[in-house]
Design a protein around this ligand. Structure first.
Ligand code: 0O2
Ligand code: 0O2
Length: 267
C-alpha cells in the first residue's frame, strides 16, 4: 500500500461533491419556481470509499499514481428524476453548463447492464478552486428515474453479501425480473406523464401564489397600510379555506394594485 495522505487526496473530491450537490439542488428549486416543474426529484452525492477506490484500481489495473485519471467516479453525484423523459432534459441542461465539461457518456438505459442495471452516466471534468489553486477533477453524474434507483439501491446492497462469491441463480433471476418490472413501471408512468405533470404544476402554482400574497401583505404593513393589510389577510384566510384558485388570483391582482397605490402615496 502506498503511503499517500488520503485525506489530502480526497479533499478536492469532497469539495466537488458538495459544490455539485448545491448546484443541482439550486437548479431544482429555480426550475420549480420558474417553470413549476423540475426534471430533478432529488440529488445525492458521495465520495468513493477508499476501499472501493482500491478495489476498482485493482480491477481496472490502474496504478496508484494514476488514480486521478484512471478512476472517474471518485466524486459521484446521483440525480433522481420522476420520468425517463426528464433524463434527456437534464442531460441537455448539463451539456449547456459552463461550469463543467462533459467528457463522455455511458447510456445504460438504451443498453442495460447484464445485471439489469439501468441509468445514464456522464463523466465530467470539474474545475475546483482549492487553496493551492484551480484543480480539474473527474466526476461521474448518474441520472436515473425513481424506479431505476429503487432497483439499483436494493441490488447494490446485495453486493455486500455476495462480494466474492456469485449471486445465487434464483436471486439473479428474480432481480432480473424485478428490473423488467421497474422498466415497465417507468413506461406506464410515462404514459400518464402529462396528467401528473399538470397536477404538480397546479400545486406549485398555487403554493407560489400563496407565497406572493403573503409577501405582499407584509409589504403593505411596511408602508403602514395596516387596515388594508388586515382586510387582505382576512380575505386571504377565507379564500384559502375555500380553496378557490380563481379568487386567489384576483386577490393577488388587487393586492398588487394596493401596493402600487401605497408606493405612490409614500413618494
Ligand atoms: P430535504 O429538503 O431535507 O429533503 P446533505 O445535503 O449533505 O445533508 P446528502 O448527503 O445529499 O445530504 O444526503 P442524502 O441522505 O444522500 O439525501 C439527499 C437528499 O435526498 C435528502 O434531502 C433526502 O431527503 C433526499 N432523499 C433521499 N431519498 C429520497 C427519496 O426517496 N425521495 C425524495 N424525494 N427525496 C429523497 P435534503 O438534501 O436533505 O433536502
Ligand atoms: P460505489 O462507490 O459503491 O458507488 P464497474 O466496473 O461496473 O464499477 P463501469 O462498468 O465502468 O464500472 O460502470 P461505471 O459507469 O463506472 O459505473 C459504476 C457505478 O455505476 C457503480 O459504482 C454503481 O453506482 C453503478 N452501477 C454500475 N453497474 C451497476 C449494477 O449492476 N448494479 C448497481 N446497483 N449499480 C451499478 P460502484 O463501483 O458500485 O461504486
Amino acid at each position: 500500500m502506498d503511503g499517500r495522505d488520503w485525506k489530502k487526496f480526497l479533499f478536492p473530491y469532497e469539495q466537488t461533491v458538495e459544490e455539485l450537490k448545491i448546484k443541482f439542488k439550486t437548479l431544482r428549486a429555480e426550475l420549480k419556481n420558474r417553470e413549476e416543474y423540475s426534471p430533478i426529484e432529488f440529488v445525492t452525492g458521495r465520495v468513493k470509499k477508499i476501499s472501493s477506490i482500491l478495489d476498482k484500481a485493482k480491477k481496472l489495473n490502474v496504478s496508484m499514481d494514476d488514480l486521478e485519471t484512471g478512476i472517474e467516479d471518485i466524486a459521484g453525484i446521483r440525480i433522481m428524476c420522476q420520468f425517463v423523459e426528464d433524463i434527456e432534459t437534464l442531460r441537455e441542461l448539463i451539456h449547456q453548463r459552463k461550469d463543467m465539461k462533459v467528457l463522455y457518456e455511458k447510456d445504460y438505459i438504451a443498453n442495460k447492464k447484464e445485471s439489469g442495471y439501468r441509468s445514464f452516466h456522464m463523466i465530467i471534468e470539474y474545475p475546483v478552486q482549492t487553496s493551492l489553486g484551480m484543480k480539474k477533477v473527474l466526476g461521474e453524474i448518474q441520472l436515473r428515474t425513481l424506479a431505476m434507483n429503487f432497483w439499483a439501491t436494493i441490488e447494490h446492497s446485495l453486493n455486500y453479501k455476495y462480494k466474492e462469491s456469485m449471486l445465487p441463480e434464483e436471486v439473479r433471476t428474480r432481480l432480473s425480473r424485478a428490473a423488467e418490472a421497474a422498466y415497465l413501471l417507468d413506461q406506464e408512468m410515462s404514459n400518464i406523464r402529462g396528467e401528473i405533470v399538470e397536477a404538480q404544476k397546479l400545486f406549485e402554482d398555487n403554493s407560489n401564489l400563496v407565497t406572493v400574497i403573503l409577501n405582499c401583505i407584509q409589504v403593505l404593513y411596511f408602508y403602514h397600510r395596516v387596515r388594508e393589510a388586515v382586510q387582505f389577510q382576512m380575505r386571504f384566510n377565507e379564500i384559502f379555506e375555500k380553496d378557490d384558485t380563481r379568487a386567489m388570483r384576483e386577490l393577488q391582482e388587487e393586492i398588487q394594485e394596493a401596493i402600487k397605490r401605497a408606493k405612490k402615496g409614500a413618494r
